[in-house]
Design a protein around this ligand. Structure first.
Ligand SMILES: Cc1ncc(COP(=O)(O)O)c(C=O)c1O
Length: 402
């Protein structure tokens, strides 16, 4: 039995995975063009060109860009008229911004559980409805679209605003329709780790021109499109995307379809390689997920097959074997200290809690790798499982130390 690298053995690999972000002279030329234009802020026409291209890529007519995918969520709630005291249903598994955006609007996050696909379970969302419910924020977690058929039906029945958090889901589709085209507004992030990036950045897209104009105005000091520089019609702030970001994003958008294809191909290969590992559970397949953008590739460890092995010890062993890019959430959002300071509602969320104990992800750089790199990944998983006894010992000591 080969010795785990964590315990002094030889790692499965020492070479790094693919570099992220990917760029070449095209990004450099786009940046030089902005430089030489002398128009570096949010009013350079390249910003509008990027907005139009991104909206078109998702088959919606309108978009309003902003400086990141947190303020787009906050702006979406304000643009949709969410008021203090309103309830907004959110999943407990997401990045913190999905829920804190609700707090920052003065509204009350209501946490409804996820399913085995790591997305909102529509039944749990329905249970969370009250007369104060005004909106829901489905997150397309990992790049897998949430069940927008059932979630949209609930929203229609209860007159809720739907704000899709599509920060993971650039180019994903549900029933051949773009994630981000179902809700009243959809928010995307272009932060460094995302499948489309300019280091930072965000955008709202949608089919309702008035909502997008509200959001654009919020991001631009309450100005209105076509209004004067010193005309401020609503409470806004300055969250404009810069020309630098838009120029890079336009170029990166050209790369996206090819990268989506590589990730999908690699995911199919990984699914095949991991299918036979009895300690691994992959998310259930669903024919309605017509394109998963694989921002993250999700793996669940079956605790009964790895007795005594903590997820943290497993991840430490994986990193030691040279597999970078694996990570997980330590706890559901409602367990973060920030929620001790604000009102929120927490429905029973056993799936979210099990996910934090048992599941981890591999990030999308790994999904851009070549087939032999993926084989290394599968080999490392297998190697760790074969030494599960030693790893259980390590987990015990690791827990004793903490
Ligand atoms: C699901 C989700 N929503 C919102 C955000 C916030 O985006 P940003 O980092 O651009 O503010 C992120 C990630 O960063 C995210 O993963």
């Amino acid at each position: 039995m080969p010795k785990l690298a964590l315990l002094g053995g030889t790692p499965v690999r020492t070479r790094p995975f693919a570099r992220w972000p990917v760029f070449d002279d095209r990004e450099k030329e786009a940046l030089v063009e902005v430089l030489e234009s002398g128009s570096w802020g949010g009013y350079n026409p390249v910003v509008r060109r990027f907005e139009a291209a991104f909206a078109a890529f998702h088959n919606v007519p309108f978009a309003a860009s902003a400086s990141n995918g947190t303020v787009t969520l906050e702006g979406a709630l304000l643009a949709a008229g969410i008021k203090p005291g309103d309830e907004v249903i959110v999943p407990p598994i997401s990045f913190i911004a999905t829920a804190t955006a609700v707090l920052r609007a003065g509204a009350v996050p209501v946490f409804a559980d996820i399913g085995r696909d790591y997305n909102f379970d529509p039944l749990r969302v329905a249970e969370a409805l009250t007369p104060r419910s005004r909106a829901m924020i489905p997150v397309h977690f990992a790049g897998r679209p949430a069940d927008m058929d059932n979630l949209s039906a609930i929203a229609r029945g209860y007159n809720l605003a739907v704000i899709e958090d599509a920060a993971h889901a650039h180019g994903a589709t549900w029933n051949n329709r773009s994630a981000g085209s179902f809700g009243h507004l959809a928010s995307f992030s272009f932060q460094q780790s995302k499948n489309l990036t300019a280091g930072e950045g965000g955008i709202l897209i949608g089919s309702n021109e008035e909502l997008i104009e509200n959001a654009r105005s919020i991001f631009n000091q309450g100005r209105r499109t076509g209004g004067a520089w010193y005309e401020h019609v609503r409470l806004g702030t300055n969250q404009r995307l810069t020309a630098w970001q838009a120029a890079v994003l336009l170029t990166q958008l050209e790369r996206l379809p090819g990268q989506l294809e590589i990730r999908a191909r690699n995911a199919a290969r990984l699914n095949h390689l991991l299918k036979s590992l009895e300690f691994v559970e992959l998310p259930p397949s669903d024919a309605r997920v017509t394109r998963h953008s694989y921002y993250l590739y999700m793996i669940r460890l079956k605790p009964e097959k790895l007795p005594g092995v903590s997820k943290d010890a497993f991840l430490a062993a994986l990193a030691a074997e040279g597999i970078s890019g694996a990570g997980s959430y330590p706890r559901p959002l409602y367990e973060h200290k920030v929620f001790e300071q604000y009102p929120f509602v927490r429905m029973s969320c056993p799936e979210a809690e099990a996910m934090c104990r048992e599941s981890f992800w591999v990030s999308h750089e790994v999904m851009l790798a070549s087939p032999p790199d993926l084989d290394d990944f599968a080999r490392a998983l297998e190697k760790i499982a074969t030494s599960a006894g030693e790893l259980a010992e390590y987990s015990k000591q690791d827990r004793a130390v903490r």
